[in-house]
Design a protein around this ligand. Sequence first.
Ligand SMILES: NC(=O)c1ccc[n+]([C@@H]2O[C@H](COP(=O)([O-])OP(=O)(O)OC[C@H]3O[C@@H](n4cnc5c(N)ncnc54)[C@H](O)[C@@H]3O)[C@@H](O)[C@H]2O)c1
Length: 321
Amino acid sequence: MDILKTYENSRVLVTGGDGFIGSHHVEKLLSLGANVSVIDTMLCGNKIGHLVEHKNLTVHKLDVTDKDSIAPLFKDKGIVFHLAAVVGVEETQHEPLEVLNVEIIGTLNVIALAAQNKAKRFVFASSSEVYGDTVKPMVEPGPFNPKSTYALTKMVGEHYCRAYFQKHGLEYTLLRYFNTYGPRQDDRFVISRFMDRASNKKEIFIFGDGNQTRDFTYVEDSVNMSLLAAVSNKGVNQAFNLGTGKAVSVNNLAKIILKTLDAADKVKTSYVDYDNIRSREIEIFNRLANIDKVVKLLQYKPETTLEAGIQKYVKWYRNRK
Ligand SMILES: NC(=O)c1ccc[n+]([C@@H]2O[C@H](COP(=O)([O-])OP(=O)(O)OC[C@H]3O[C@@H](n4cnc5c(N)ncnc54)[C@H](O)[C@@H]3O)[C@@H](O)[C@H]2O)c1
C-alpha cells in the first residue's frame, strides 16, 4: 500500500469526520502524515475526542447545510471525503426532510465548494442501499433499486458527482459501503447492538427468521479501500463496492458474537416479526458485494474475517473507557 504515502503532508477535508467511519478515516490519515480538517455537527458522540490535541487536526463544529459557514474550509484542500449524513435506513424513513436536507442540500454544498476550490478528488460515501434487492452479488454497474429515502439520496449524490465532473471537471470516487462495523459504532446497528446487549447479559432480538444475509466489513478494511481509491488514478470517476465478497446470515452473526463473548448459554436469542419493528418494504433481505473491481484496480483484498473483526471489536469494547 505504498501509494498511501501520497497522503503525507497533504491537506484533506473530511465531512462527518466525528462519525464512526469518519473517525477511522481521520485516525488513519493522521497516522499517514496528512493535515486533516473535519467538518461535523459533533452531535453524534465525539468519536474523535482522543485525537483533538493532534497538531495536524482541526475540527470545525459546523453543518454542511450551511454553505457560507463551511465555504472558507475548502481553500487549498486536496481530497475531500464527504461522509456527513443522517444514517440508519429505518430512522431516516421517519425524518425524510432532514435526510433530504443533509444528504441532498448538504452534499450539493460540499460538492459545489470542492469544485469551486478545485479539489483534487471528491470522495462520496454512498451505500449498498442503492442496489436494493437486485442481483447478488451486487456489481458496480447495477442494476439499482433504491427502496428508501436514504437510498434515493445516495443515488442523487452519485449523480451530482457525475454532473459536477461533466460541468466543472471535478474528479470523483463513489464508495458504496456495505455493512461496516467496528470500534465506535453506535449500538443502533446490528453488530454493535448484539454485542452491547449480549455483553450485558441481555436478550438479543433477531428480526424475521434471521436468514437475511449481509456482507459485514471491518472498518479498518473499509477505510483502507477508501484511502486507496481516493489517491489511485484507477479510482478516478469510478464506483467501488466496499465489502468483503462474503455473505453471513444474521443467525450466524449472532452465533459468532455469542461465541466470541463466551455467552452462548447465558444470553437468550428471540425472533421478532418485522411488522413489529421495521418496514418489510424497505428491508433488503440479501446483500453481497462483488469486490472484483476493488481487488483488480486497487489491488486490495479485505483481510479481516468476520470472526477476527468481531474479536478485535470485542477487545476494544472491553477496554474502552
Ligand atoms: N456504517 C455503515 O455501514 C454505512 C453503510 C453505507 C453507507 N454509509 C455511509 O458512510 C458515511 C458515514 O457513516 P457512519 O456509519 O460513520 O455514520 P455516523 O452517523 O457515525 O457518521 C455521520 C457523521 O455525519 C455527521 N453529520 C450529520 N449531519 C451533519 C451535518 N448536517 N453537517 C455536518 N455533519 C453532519 C454526524 O454528526 C456524524 O458524525 C455516511 O455517509 C453513511 O451514509 C455507512
